[in-house]
Design a binder for this molecule. Structure first.
Ligand code: TSJ
Length: 693
């Protein structure tokens, strides 16, 4: 059936519907934030959220996600199936409403949900609008129904295509993201989707989520073909902004043809997650590379004023707080009222307990929230009917009823728990009191650094060779391992824009040290004062003195370890520097090859082999293996690693979508336990090589 016929049948209403989805295609950013890789992945989460809602409503316990060979994605659940009956308001089947009317989604189902997930309220219709095509198949009442849409427009009416067992119900959606919209990439990343699905599974106890990658190697890479371009030109004929989009596509096609299609060995890619313990297992997972202070994982749940609250927590022997909060299964990295309620409850309940049981004397100062949260791993998850998201990135919960609900449920149940488990209670109180003392000592040490920074220039560390340019945008600072390499770097540098800060030996592992020790550490103090931003609450990115912070360490295992220690420090104390893309890793070469007075540098064994093949493997080749930066003279260091014209810098990235995973990365790499670290390094060999977080 053609679109004209649809219009005739449903009249003015339908025209408005089509315009609605056109708006999504015109300004996709308004609906999914970005049309880069992140927005692309949001399409998948958006569809999966609908199935998770069905699971939360109690009608679905299995979701399968498949990345197909043509780069389309299939999401299938065993729920009730989207209703196929006519929705009387719209005059079309409810399922068609879901896919063609903006902001419809799950609320159309009649019974409806108490809780609607959905990324910031964006629905299935948005995914439909931004897909080249989308097909939905529903099993309900012994029948199989199907409907197809292209770029948001109905291709044929919902039709019955077969029969099935009555007990077999569910929804299957397959969609192909539109290359005209996602001009940067339409290639899904298995790992990115995997992390989100694991999080979903942790947050929805008992739900089994499977992810499978059915792509052949060739298709796992983005390849724009001639036929795609032809098709795109046709579709964009005469459209506003069409030319620009076509050009982007052409550029991508060019990039594709340039890039060699590397042969990667492909293993079977299927993962499955199911956690009957839900967030309790999440906390266990996050603490797997740490020493827990007690065996129990505390778990409280309850409902109050329409807010369903779930909290799981356990302390470990580290000094970091790893608390992650969620609303309707959506991560809230900026926290909000639910997190405030949790913190209030924790502080109040532990102080009451400590005073009542004389662990803390009446005349002693209260434990601060930070003291109690030292070494705490926790998940705070609330489900609420009408979540209000606030803040710059809409990642902060605003509903005030959530504060009270979490506060009272946690206070009440934690009080009972502490009464019944005095040993655990005592352990946490003792740890908090130690934290309180350390914090007091740290405050004194920190005041010292702070007073010095107020004096600014005069306070800069003695070892720092600063640059003369005072505009941070032009400036970079090299953090260099070892005095001798530091010396070479000082000679080699461009004095106008490049500052050098040499560090001596291994730097302090901040995962394993209390604040007083951290603030007392000379290398850390030097970095804090040189960067100029301050840390934690005092952090101010406007005060950053260099827009590039470049970590330059030896290209060996020790060097990689030092780089990781430095990154850990920056991640824990000034994460914004990483988020804003100010942190880089220098890439010194591994080899120098000399032949007939010509010099080549190789940054990997592979590259060395390539050069050798090109220049010939003669006897008179002189190959020097650099064991450390110190073996290079100033000129070599400049040529290979510091000259902005020739050097390679790796920018350190941070995947904001998966905060808890990143936290785990650092604790695993820097923690005490050897087993999880070895597993991690084996699983993530790439990370250790590139240190790309
Ligand atoms: F929305 C969607 F298209 F993106 C989508 C929805 C995608 C996928 C893969 C699944 C779903 C979905 C929707 N799974 N299950 C449901 N359930 C309903 O829509 C539903 C079923 C029955 C009733 C009822 O009250 O009887 C209500 C609803 C909302």
């Amino acid at each position: 059936m053609s679109n004209t016929e649809v219009k005739n049948e449903y009249g003015a209403d339908q025209i408005q519907i089509l315009e609605g989805l056109e708006a999504v295609r015109k300004r996709p950013g308004m609906y999914i934030g970005t049309t880069a890789s992140r927005g692309l992945h949001h399409l998948v989460y958006e569809i999966v959220d609908n199935s998770v809602d069905e699971a939360l409503a109690g009608y679905c316990n299995e979701i399968n996600v498949i990345i197909n060979d043509d780069n389309s994605v299939t999401v299938k659940d065993n729920g009730r199936g989207i209703p196929v009956g006519i929705n009387h308001k719209a005059g079309i089947p409810a399922v068609e409403v879901v896919f063609t009317i903006l902001h419809a989604g799950g609320k159309f189902g009649g019974g409806g949900y108490k809780v609607s997930g959905g990324l910031h309220g964006v629905g299935a219709s948005v995914v439909n609008a931004l897909s080249e095509w989308l097909e939905v198949e529903i099993r309900q009442g012994g029948k199989v129904y199907r409907q197809r849409y292209e770029r948001g427009k109905t291709v044929y009416k919902l039709k019955e295509v077969g029969e099935c067992d009555k007990s077999e119900t569910g929804t299957k959606v397959t969609f192909l993201p539109d290359k005209l919209i996602f001009t940067e990439t339409t290639i899904f990343d298995f790992n990115t989707i995997k992390l989100r699905l694991r999080e979903m599974a942790f947050l929805t106890k008992g739900l089994k989520i499977t992810l499978r990658d059915d792509r052949s190697e060739e298709h796992a890479k983005s390849l724009v073909t001639d036929s795609m371009i032809e098709e795109a030109k046709e579709a964009m004929e005469g459209k506003e902004g069409g030319e620009e989009q076509i050009n982007k596509l052409l550029n991508r096609a060019e990039e594709d043809s340039k890039e060699e299609k590397k042969e990667e060995k492909k293993e079977v890619k299927e993962v499955s997650f199911c956690y009957d313990g839900g967030i309790k297992e999440y906390v266990k997972y996050l603490n797997k590379s740490k020493e827990a202070l007690y065996e129990d994982i505390l778990y409280f749940e309850g409902e109050k004023n329409g807010v369903y609250v779930e909290v799981a927590l356990q302390h470990n022997d580290s000094y970091n707080e790893s608390v992650f909060s969620f609303v309707n299964n959506i991560s809230t990295p900026e926290g909000g009222t639910h997190l405030q309620g949790f913190r209030n409850a924790l502080t109040k309940t532990f102080n009451d307990y400590a005073k009542l049981n004389k662990i803390l004397k009446d005349n002693e100062p209260n434990l601060s929230g930070e003291d109690i949260r030292e070494g705490l791993t926790a998940i705070v998850s609330v489900k609420i009917e009408d979540p209000q998201f606030e803040g710059q990135t809409k990642q902060k919960l605003g509903n005030s009823e959530a504060r009270g609900a979490v506060d009272s449920i946690v206070s009440e149940k934690l009080t009972i728990y502490l009464e019944q488990n005095p040993t655990v209670a005592r352990t946490i109180c003792d740890k908090s009191i130690l934290a309180q003392r350390a914090r007091e000592a740290a405050r004194k040490a920190k005041d010292l650094t702070r007073r010095k920074t107020a004096l600014d220039i005069g306070a800069l560390p003695g070892k720092l060779a600063d640059c003369s340019d005072k505009d941070p945008k032009n400036c970079e600072i090299y953090i260099v391992e070892g005095d001798s390499a530091g010396g070479s770097a000082k000679t080699a540098r461009n004095r106008a824009t490049q500052a050098i800060l040499p560090l001596r030996g291994k730097i302090l592992n901040v995962e394993k040290a209390r604040l007083d020790k951290i603030y007392g550490n000379a290398e850390i103090k030097a970095m804090i004062t040189a960067f100029g931003t301050g840390i934690h609450d005092d952090f101010d990115i406007e005060k950053l003195r260099y827009h590039k912070i470049i970590l330059m360490t030896d290209a060996d295992v020790d060097g990689a370890h030092i780089a990781t220690l430095l990154l850990t420090f920056i991640y824990r104390f000034m994460p914004e520097l990483i988020k804003e893309g100010h942190v880089y890793l220098a890439q010194p070469p591994l080899y120098q090859l000399k032949k007939n007075n010509k010099i080549w540098y190789a940054y990997s064994d592979e590259e060395l082999n390539k050069i050798l093949t090109e220049v010939g493997r003669d006897q008179n080749n002189k190959i020097q293996r650099y064991k450390g930066l110190g073996e290079m003279d100033a000129e070599q260091l400049w040529d290979t690693t510091m000259d902005p014209e020739h050097r390679i810098l790796l920018r350190v990235n941070m995947d904001e979508d998966s905060q808890s995973e990143l936290d785990l990365t650092f604790t695993t790499l820097m923690g005490d336990k050897v087993e999880p670290r070895r597993d991690f390094i084996e699983e993530n060999a790439k990370f250790v090589k590139n240190l790309d977080i």
